[in-house]
Structure formats: structure tokens, C-alpha cells
Design a binder for this molecule. Structure first.
Ligand SMILES: [Zn+2]
Length: 163
């Protein structure tokens, strides 16, 4: 199985993809443009991840962290590809959750490591059963929501930070 024609073709397909070159360079400018998954470890990473370069035959490309998770991969603990871009002047990455905060059900963002949460949706936008939520690593405040049966949505804040 190790040197099967299928594996060779998978490796060649990855190497032919321009995103592979960005991974090899650990190109920080590509962070947020895509993530890559590694079949053998089950994790997905930012292009700039400092982890050892995987065998190209095991690599998959995903547009968003939510897409990688939907494919069964989990976030790399080293490069934390699922954290949103920090607010301007904030040191901590933005966090997002779907759930109940102080008795209110909704989508929430925290810019202080989870100490306080700001609701980012309204009652008209609940999207049914939400399976995934993640922040954009390049654009503060943009959030992606993976729903049950309705695909992936994203939204930007109505007003600009800071407020
Ligand atoms: Zn990583």
C-alpha cells in the first residue's frame, strides 16, 4: 500500500497544487486562505504551522477550518487554526461559541479569552441546528457557521471594532 499508484498519484496531485508550495514555505501570508489536513494524524493546520512537513500523499486542502472539521479532522494544538483573528489592539485571539450565555441562547464572541461574551446574532438569525462555529484567522469578527443541512454560512459584524 505504501507505494501504490494511488498514493503516488495523491502525492503528485498535492505537489502540483500551489498551496503545497505555500505550506513548504510556511507562508504566514497564506494563513486564513486555507487549511490543510493530514490523513495519518487526523489534524488540520494553518499553512504556516511549524510542525514537521507531512507526506504530500496524506495532505488534503480545505477552504475553512469548519470544512476540515466536517471532513473529520481536528485542530492542530500547535498552530491553533480554528482561532479567529484578534481584535485590533487585542493580544488574545477572538473566540466564538454557540450556546447559552447568561440565560440567552445565541452566537457569541469573546475578545478577552472567554471572560466576557458579546452576542453576535439576533433572534431572526438562529440558523436552526448549528454544528460548527469558527472565527476567521485573517479578518477580525468574521464568523463561519456550519449548519445541519443548510451548508456553511459566514457573517461580518455590522459595525466596526472597537465599540
Ligand atoms: Zn499545525
Amino acid at each position: 500500500m505504501k507505494n501504490s499508484p494511488i498514493r503516488a498519484a495523491l502525492g503528485a496531485a498535492t505537489e502540483a497544487d500551489p498551496r503545497w508550495a505555500q505550506i513548504k514555505l510556511r507562508d504566514k501570508a497564506s494563513d486564513g486562505a486555507f487549511v490543510y489536513s493530514v490523513k495519518t494524524t487526523g489534524v488540520y493546520c494553518r499553512p504556516s504551522c511549524a510542525a514537521r512537513l507531512p507526506n504530500p500523499a496524506n495532505v488534503g486542502f480545505h477552504v475553512t477550518p469548519a470544512e476540515a472539521r466536517a471532513a473529520g479532522f481536528r485542530a492542530c494544538k500547535r498552530c491553533k487554526p480554528d482561532l479567529g483573528k484578534a481584535a485590533p489592539h487585542a493580544k488574545l485571539p477572538a473566540l466564538y461559541l454557540v450556546g447559552t450565555v447568561q440565560g440567552q441562547r445565541g452566537f457569541f464572541r469573546s475578545t478577552d479569552g472567554g471572560a466576557t461574551w458579546l452576542r453576535i446574532n439576533d433572534d431572526q438569525h438562529q440558523w436552526g441546528l448549528v454544528l460548527q462555529i469558527t472565527g476567521d484567522p485573517k479578518k477580525f469578527g468574521r464568523v463561519y457557521v456550519g449548519t445541519h443541512g443548510r451548508g456553511i454560512f459566514y457573517g461580518d459584524p455590522k459595525t466596526n471594532w472597537p465599540r
